[in-house]
Structures are given as structure tokens and as C-alpha cells.
Design a protein around this ligand. Structure first.
Ligand SMILES: CC(C)(COP(=O)(O)OP(=O)(O)OC[C@H]1O[C@@H](n2cnc3c(N)ncnc32)[C@H](O)[C@@H]1OP(=O)(O)O)[C@@H](O)C(=O)NCCC(=O)NCCS
Length: 246
């Protein structure tokens, strides 16, 4: 986690056991010098983690790990792969560029406390509710999400889904992991509805801890959260590419 520069708690052995079938390891002789972890969502592959031992960087291990994932994903019939990278991570950006990835969207990891959320202006009279799994296709379509990804997030322990409805129309959606606590995705059809979506999350979290919120392709929402006092943890790109033989 420190090598990836993320605040996530270091996963326990149970989490590593769940990851294991989708982990590839680069070796120099008997010595492990890097690993990558990927996940499959329908025809989409998410390269979630990629780390090479600092002492072994620049020797092709990162490239080899990506190529192994490519081969496995192609064999599984996948057609697209994507990942998130910090905008200042030049070695990773260079490696991904060489591998064929292109910028798909902008994302921000923000931290915001409940006192700041209390200062957010809200508008409209959206109603919050717990979406039924049968609605996930519609949610995915409305907010440009991969439906299989939503199903996978729902299947994880502790996850809470909340949605907003305005009149009869879907107006917001968030998936909360209260243990971190992190919200990803967090989507609203307009900035003024963010307050209502946070309010829907409020009963599910420890109000003393700041929320980590991942915002994608929504600069006005980022600006509103920053104006309310949120802090940027990371600026990210989502990179993506069709999966083809290299
Ligand atoms: C990003 C990372 C996985 C790259 O691993 P790596 O084994 O060094 O990568 P490779 O040796 O396969 O290098 C691939 C390309 O990147 C280049 N590269 C590697 N390290 C570099 C550096 N420090 N600066 C600039 N370019 C670099 C290589 O020259 C190579 O380019 P080439 O194709 O022109 O030869 C590694 O730097 C790392 O573990 N970083 C910390 C964790 C991290 O940031 N992970 C990615 C999160 S999105």
C-alpha cells in the first residue's frame, strides 16, 4: 500500500486469499520481485494493483506482469482493460503508454468530514432509497458504469448501496464501504444533489471519521466539495485500451 501511495488499510490474509486466483507474480530466479492483481467484470478487466520491488524496477518486470494479465484476460474472452493511475506517477504512465493504454477519464480521490458536508448547499427534493439489485442495469447505464462491476461491489462484505430518485427518475447513486469509510462510485445528475446523497450515507458511517470519496468525470462536483472544505488525496486518470494481442 505504501508503494501504491494509497491510504487503504493493508489487506489481511483473508483478503489476500481472495485475491490469489487473480494475482500474477514476477520472479527473478526463486525471488519474487513484483506482483499484479486483476479483476474481471464481464468483458472488462481492471488491473487493480501493480508493484515491482524498488530494487528491480526498470528491468521489464512491470511490462511482463501486464503482458501476463493480457494473455490470461484474452484467454478468458475479455475485450477491454482499464486501470487507475495517479497523474504524477511518471514511471507508471510511461509503462502504461507503451502498453497501449490511453486516458479514458479524470478521477479524484477526496477526503471530506461531516462538518464540511453539513456546509454543502443542496437543492431539489430527491428521495433516497436502497436500490434493488434488479435496478443495477439501469443504474449502470445512467452513470456509465460496468454492470458486472456493480454486482461485484455489492457482493463484497459490508457494502451499502444508496440511490436518489427525483420525481420518478434516478438522480444519484453511491456505494459505501463503511469500514474505510470510502464511497466509490459517487454519482449525481447535478452537483446540488450531492448533499442529499451524503445524507443518505450518514446513518451508515462513523461521523467522527472523514469520508474518502472517489469522483469521476465531474469537475463541478469536485469544485463544490473543495469549496466546502474537502481535500484532494489523489488526482487520478482512468486509462483504458481494447484488449488485443500485443
Ligand atoms: C510502475 C512500476 C510497476 C513499473 O515497473 P517496472 O518493472 O519498473 O517497469 P518496466 O521495467 O517493465 O518498465 C517499463 C517501461 O517503463 C520505463 N520505466 C521504468 N521505471 C522508470 C522510471 N523510474 N522512470 C521512467 N521510466 C521508467 C522503462 O524504461 C520501460 O520503458 P521502455 O518500455 O521504454 O523500456 C514500478 O515503477 C512500481 O512498482 N512503482 C510503484 C508502484 C506503482 O506506482 N504502481 C503502479 C500503480 S498505477
Amino acid at each position: 500500500m505504501p508503494e501504491l501511495r494509497v491510504d487503504d488499510p493493508v489487506p489481511g490474509a483473508d483478503v489476500f486469499a481472495r485475491m490469489a486466483p487473480y494475482v500474477v507474480i514476477a520472479c527473478d530466479g526463486e525471488r519474487a520481485i513484483g506482483y499484479a492483481f486483476w479483476q474481471r467484470y464481464g468483458a472488462n478487466v481492471h488491473v487493480v494493483q501493480l508493484v515491482v520491488d524498488p530494487a528491480a524496477r526498470g528491468c521489464g518486470a512491470g511490462r511482463a506482469l501486464l503482458e501476463e494479465i493480457r494473455a490470461r484476460a484474452l484467454a478468458a474472452g475479455c475485450t477491454r482493460w482499464f486501470l487507475y493511475v495517479m497523474r504524477d506517477n511518471l514511471p507508471a504512465l510511461r509503462l502504461y503508454g507503451r502498453t497501449g493504454f490511453e486516458r479514458a477519464l479524470e478521477a479524484w480521490a477526496l477526503r471530506i468530514g461531516w462538518p464540511q458536508i453539513d456546509g454543502l448547499a443542496g437543492d431539489g427534493d430527491a428521495v433516497a432509497y436502497t436500490p434493488d439489485p434488479s435496478e443495477e442495469i439501469a443504474i449502470a447505464k445512467r452513470f456509465s458504469l460496468v454492470p458486472e462491476l456493480l454486482a461485484a461491489i455489492r457482493a463484497r462484505p459490508h457494502i451499502t448501496f444508496v440511490a436518489l430518485r427525483e420525481a420518478a427518475a434516478l438522480a444519484g447513486f453511491a456505494a459505501l464501504d463503511p469500514t474505510f469509510p470510502r464511497v466509490r462510485p459517487f454519482r449525481v445528475i447535478r452537483t446540488g444533489l450531492a448533499r442529499a446523497l451524503f445524507e443518505a450515507l450518514r446513518p451508515h458511517v462513523d461521523l467522527a471519521r472523514p469520508l474518502h470519496v472517489i469522483v469521476e468525470e465531474d469537475r463541478p462536483l469536485v469544485d463544490a466539495l473543495l469549496a466546502a472544505g474537502a481535500a484532494v488525496s489523489h488526482e487520478l486518470y482512468q486509462l483504458a485500451a481494447p484488449l488485443t494481442v500485443s
